[in-house]
Design a binder for this molecule. Structure first.
Ligand code: NDP
Ligand code: 2IT
Length: 444
């Protein structure tokens, strides 16, 4: 059996019940096959893939907190420190009831290659909790965040591990965690990114993932001879990534017509009302059912269905496996030109293959949504030099990083004879720097 197949089988056997982790292992290792097979015996001997697929460290802890009724609640907290070959662990914290170790391992594994693609010195990690911030008061969220950090603080630090936001973790949560870290350590350091502007945050970090997704999409389309201006976009999600993807799509002359949350979705043929969306989600923390109060002519549907709307570009920005084979078939039947992933692993493997097989330009998550973590690394740089850059400076760097990623994944795909396969291109381009650093640092 080939070394790649052996490791895929062994990882699945050693990590039962973790389907999302298996999915990323299948996708990434399959892509790396041509690289590994150039020197298979050497990599087997150094157990390269075994080390790559085993997190350097996993931390799991109890998070007790007291709700507004005086009742004690208990959640589970995690941090997966996956790979520090090219820099301190870096990656978001997710607060969502679905969080478990398998999901965090998939996210942490993807993060290794994504962070490498940014060209910045950051390793891969991810963490979070099965805590659900939805419907909780600000004081409940604060008590939870303080309790979470009361354990996490001993495992993180500006040169060790720098968490940030993800699903359910935005500016409010980062603020509460930062306050508790500072109190526990007496250090004002860059231990978290996505901070508020008054205490070390970077301009443009809030917008970065969504904006970066559009910079990426524009450049990838251009590479394929297509102009993004005038194109209709369907977007899923209505959180941080979706909102700023919609904002930048408008700025590029495209028209986003959908968004969604976990209850339902909106189709607004005139184009999504961005100000209404921001008020509903960022200010009121409400549900998308409210959208019709602002735009009576828009459609609201319960359940899922964004991918059935006819459009040129699809931008999944909600969560993993939200776009399956049937959705991919609907997109292709409707003549979609491109799918670029704002969320992490939103397309199933079958959907990805179907889209690629039908000549859809496919921009994989670890490349397409790398603008968020890249700007987090820019926040770390600003903190290290104790200066803040202007919005334009950060935004310009972000755009440059995303265009560079497009060029690099295209070149890597071509180098291995897989022209236009940006999934393979992203995995290979991201892996090469990590491989080089792991080889140089010996067996650790
Ligand atoms: P938010 O919490 O701000 O928003 C998440 C959105 O996705 C909400 O609209 C939410 O709906 C929806 N959603 C979440 N889970 C589900 C689900 N199981 N089914 C249906 N809808 C769901 O998170 P972000 O916008 O930050 O993150 C979105 C995606 O982007 C995630 O995959 C994340 O990992 C990825 N990402 C985020 C980055 C960042 O900088 N924030 C960077 C790179 C990737 P509801 O409110 O109803 O739950
Ligand atoms: O998935 C991701 O890249 C993020 N949630 C952002 C991580 C970060 O450190 O900014």
């Amino acid at each position: 059996m080939s070394y790649v197949d052996e490791v895929i089988a062994r990882v699945k056997e050693k990590n039962p019940g973790q389907p999302e982790f298996h999915q990323t292992i299948d996708e990434v290792l399959e892509s790396l096959r041509p690289v590994i097979e150039r020197d298979e015996e050497k990599y087997r001997k150094m157990a390269l893939l075994e080390r790559l697929t085993e997190p350097e460290r996993q931390i799991k802890f109890r998070v007790p907190w007291i709700d507004d009724n005086g009742q004690v609640q208990v959640n589970c907290g995690y941090r997966v420190q996956f790979n520090s070959a090219i820099g301190p662990y870096k990656g978001g914290l997710r607060f969502h009831p679905s969080v478990n170790i398998g999901i965090l391992k998939f996210l942490g594994f993807e993060q290794i290659f994504k962070n490498s693609l940014t060209g910045l010195p950051i390793g891969g990690g991810k963490g979070g909790s099965d805590f659900d911030p939805k419907g909780k008061s600000d004081m409940e969220v604060m008590r939870f965040c303080q309790s979470f950090m009361t354990e996490l603080f001993r495992h993180v630090g500006a040169d060790t591990d720098v968490p940030a936001g993800d699903i359910g973790v935005g500016g409010r949560e980062i603020g509460y965690m930062y306050g508790q870290y500072k109190r526990l350590t007496n250090k004002y350091e860059s231990v978290l990114t996505g901070k508020g502007l008054s205490y070390g945050g970077s301009l443009a970090r809030t917008q970065a993932t969504g904006y970066g997704l559009l910079y990426f999409t524009r450049a990838l389309l251009k590479l394929n001879g297509i102009d993004i201006a005038g194109k209709t976009c369907i977007v899923s999600g209505s959180g941080n990534v979706a909102i700023y993807a919609i904002e930048k799509a408008y700025q590029m002359g495209a028209k986003p017509v959908t968004c969604s949350d976990s209850n339902g979705w909106v189709y607004d043929p005139e184009g999504i009302d961005l100000e209404a969306l921001k008020e509903i989600k960022e200010v009121n923390r409400a549900r998308l059912t409210e959208y019709k109060n602002y735009r009576p002519n828009a459609e609201y549907h319960e359940g899922r269905g964004v991918w059935t709307v006819k459009a040129d570009i699809a931008l999944p920005c909600a969560t993993q496996n939200e776009l399956d084979l049937d959705d991919a078939k609907a997109l292709v039947a409707n003549g979609v030109i491109a799918v670029c992933e704002g969320a992490n692993m939103p397309s199933t493997l079958e959907a990805t293959k179907y889209l690629q097989g039908n000549k859809v330009v496919f921009g994989p998550a670890k490349a397409a949504n790398a603008g968020g973590v890249a700007t987090s690394a820019l926040e770390m740089s600003q903190n290290a030099e104790r200066l803040s850059w202007t919005f334009e400076e950060v935004d310009e760097k972000l755009c440059g990083i995303m265009e560079n990623i497009v060029a690099n994944i295209d070149a890597a795909a071509k180098e291995y004879g897989m022209d236009g396969d940006y999934v393979a291109g992203a995995n290979i381009a991201g892996f090469k720097k990590v491989l080089d650093a792991m080889e140089a640092q010996g067996i650790v």
